[in-house]
Design a protein around this ligand. Structure first.
Ligand code: 7RM
Length: 649
């Protein structure tokens, strides 16, 4: 039985209730209201979603069918038409929001710019006209490879306005990654910039595009925004300056209505093996998911200054920098650069400078701030903050507590939001005025979400045991397919237990029905017959005062099946030593039991991560086994990290 479920070792019991003040002003502030809505959302989903779609979206033509579900293919809001860009912009014009800031931008060098809804609308209209003049039509694909500047959002919204499917490629990806993605979707246009600022240096974006374009026959034009002013080569006839196109484009653009299921974007996400998967999202359902969760989870008010630190090249940037917040008329802060430029207090400085009220970031960033030291935080007031969010990985309780005390000053609810590129919007999360939180748990399902945890044989596990995480109901913002590969879509997400969506994560429900994600199922450790989630061992390590970050992986072992190998990075003032190594092994054994005492513990200067900050345990597994690093590494943040890990062996 032990190898069927995941053994849980975490013993977190702290509970944090929302304050009366927060509750009183929350968009949804009572447990009774949550229960009632949740019950309706799962018992009468069509009635529930019909009402939400009418409340949160502006339709050109009302839909006639809420859901057509032919597993695993869903069509939401059939018969309806709308325009996503109109929902994010036009509908705020002529209201009190018209001259409100839509985007407050801060560049890494310190340049600050504000675009009101009216100004953003005008830019998007011009860009849509310009793209149309280049010949882009509904259904065509355009690649966006830009720094975190307002023009990236303008380009996305201009595509959305036209029904052109965008694929945003993270500005740190290599030419190789650009080439693969462009070729997979057949993009006709690439929108890029000369460069972007990162840690005081120029990231030469146009240069990377140029190196990709030798082998991308579908690309007809490249639009180049001038951001950094570095010299770039412009290919006659193919390459055009953003400014020239925008100057020549009319500022009025009549948005056409698109069907609910009009493809909106493709976002590539790396699988553990093989080529990246092109996750396809469509219009109405996706926007509804993004809008609704922004309203309920981030509790957005007219007066909020909302900052999600994710890059637009990541799903979090799509849903919670662009589509969600703009559709609810929020003011979005956008920052171009690194969190430690010029100093490790840049984020806190920005929060005070602009009066940020809602702040959403990732555990990897939080752990970096912890490592850099509290003094960078305490220099600033952070008094404007009222709500904090976390996304991307399980947040270890140690980091949660630091976030709660140091950033939230014990006053701000923390929403630990579990979701995926594939889910389009937040799926499991606390509601900030309602749900008591536990450090490390993403708590309860959002409306319409029914998570199930099943064992290897597809049978429900007993409460408290871990297993594979599934979602049992279709939801509006779900991925529709993988671009050009419906077979892989079915295989990847719907074949584990037919009819259920397999998230690929390991998780458990605790005695209060709270969900704990313990890591990717492929990474689950098998220690002497016990399956243990990576997050639990890592959390134990990070709870030691010397440790900044940790990754736990299994190494094939003749006796035990798998030996537990842990990679650890230390806090700034700590030195690696054999004594510390022993102390850490003992610490893990004390925290979670002798079965999880690491067989081997290795100090590292840094851990291999994806661009969005997720630890790439797959690579560490290969290093621990002493082999070469194989498989797709195009999403790896810094290859030097791997080289030095191998050298340290
Ligand atoms: C939004 C995003 C998805 C994977 C997911 C999990 C992990 C994300 C949390 C989390 C624990 C969280 N999209 N994950 N959020 N694990 N708690 N709050 O990250 O497609 O890039 O990644 O990230 O493993 O399956 S993603």
């Amino acid at each position: 039985m032990t190898n069927q479920t995941i053994t849980s070792v975490s013993r977190e019991s702290r509970l944090f209730k929302p304050s009366a003040e927060f509750k009183a002003q929350a968009n949804l502030g009572s447990e009774a209201a949550y229960k009632k809505l949740y019950a309706e959302s799962v018992n009468s989903p069509e009635r529930f979603w019909e009402r939400q779609a009418k409340q949160f979206l502006t339709w050109r033509k009302p839909f006639t069918q809420v859901l057509q579900w032919k597993p695993p293919h869903a069509k939401w809001f059939g018969g309806g038409t709308l325009n996503v860009a109109e929902n994010c912009l036009d509908r705020h014009l002529g209201t009190a929001r018209e001259n409100k800031a839509a985007i407050i931008f801060e560049g890494e060098p310190g340049d600050i710019r504000t675009l009101t809804y009216k100004q953003l609308h005008r830019e998007v209209c011009k860009c849509a006209n310009a793209l149309e003049l280049l010949g882009l039509r509904k259904g065509d694909r355009a690649a966006i490879y830009m720094p975190m500047v307002p023009e990236a959002a303008v380009a996305m919204l201009a595509c959305a306005r036209l029904g052109v499917v965008h694929t945003v490629i993270f500005g740190g990806f290599s030419s190789e990654a650009i080439k693969d993605r462009i070729n997979d979707c057949g993009a006709r246009v690439v929108i890029t910039a000369d460069g972007g600022w990162r840690r005081g240096k120029i990231v030469e974006l146009k240069d990377s595009v140029d190196r990709a374009l030798g082998a991308t026959p579908s690309v007809e034009h490249v639009v180049v925004l001038k951001r950094t002013g570095n010299a770039v080569t412009m290919k006659e006839g193919r390459d055009l300056w953003w400014d020239d196109l925008m100057a020549a484009a009319p500022a009025v653009h009549k948005a056409r209505a698109h069907a609910s299921e009009q493809p909106l974007f493709i976002l590539y996400t790396s699988g553990s093996t093989g080529k990246p998967k092109g996750v396809l999202h469509t219009s109405a359902g996706y926007l509804l998911g993004a809008a609704m969760t922004t309203h309920y989870v981030f509790d957005i008010k007219e007066t909020d200054i909302y900052w999600c630190t994710a890059d637009i090249g990541w799903i979090t940037g799509h849903s919670y920098v662009v589509y969600g917040p703009l559709s609810v008329g929020a003011t979005v802060l956008m920052y171009e650069g690194a969190p430690n430029q010029p100093e490790p207090d840049r984020f806190w400085e920005i929060i005070d400078r602009h009066g940020v009220t809602v702040f959403y970031t990732a555990p990897t960033a939080i752990r970096a701030f912890m490592r850099w030291g509290d003094e960078f935080v305490t220099r600033h007031s952070l008094a404007s903050l009222r709500l904090l969010g976390s996304v991307g990985e399980p947040i270890n309780p140690e980091a949660w507590m630091w976030y709660h005390k140091m950033i939230g000053k014990k006053r701000c609810p923390i929403v630990d939001t579990w979701w995926q590129t594939e889910t389009g919007a937040i799926m499991v999360t606390p509601l900030p005025g309602i749900t008591p939180t536990k450090p490390g748990s993403c708590t309860r399902p959002f409306f319409g979400v029914v998570p199930k945890i099943l064992d290897e044989n597809g049978k429900p596990v007993s409460r408290g045991s871990g297993g594979k995480l599934f979602l049992t109901q279709p939801w509006p913002s779900m991925l529709r397919t993988l671009w050009g590969d419906d077979a892989r879509f079915k295989e990847q997400y719907w074949s584990e237990v037919p009819g259920l969506y397999f998230a690929g994560d390991g998780a458990r429900f605790d005695e209060d029905g709270y969900l704990w994600v313990v890591g990717r199922i492929d990474d689950v450790l098998n220690v002497s017959g016990h399956r243990i989630g990576t997050a639990e061992v890592e959390s134990a390590l990070v709870s030691h005062p010397s440790v900044a970050e940790a990754a736990a992986v299994g190494r094939p072992d003749e006796l035990k099946g798998q030996a537990l190998v842990c990679f650890v990075t230390l806090k700034g003032d700590q030195r690696a030593s054999d004594e510390l190594k022993e102390a850490l092994r003992a610490h893990v054994a004390r925290e979670i039991g002798a079965i999880a005492r690491p067989d081997s513990l290795r100090f590292a200067a840094a851990l291999p991560k994806t661009r969005s900050g997720k630890i790439m345990r797959r690579i560490l597994k290969e290093i621990a086994a002493g082999g070469d690093v194989k498989g797709d590494i195009t999403t790896l943040e810094d290859f030097n990290v791997v080289a030095s890990l191998q050298a340290e062996e």
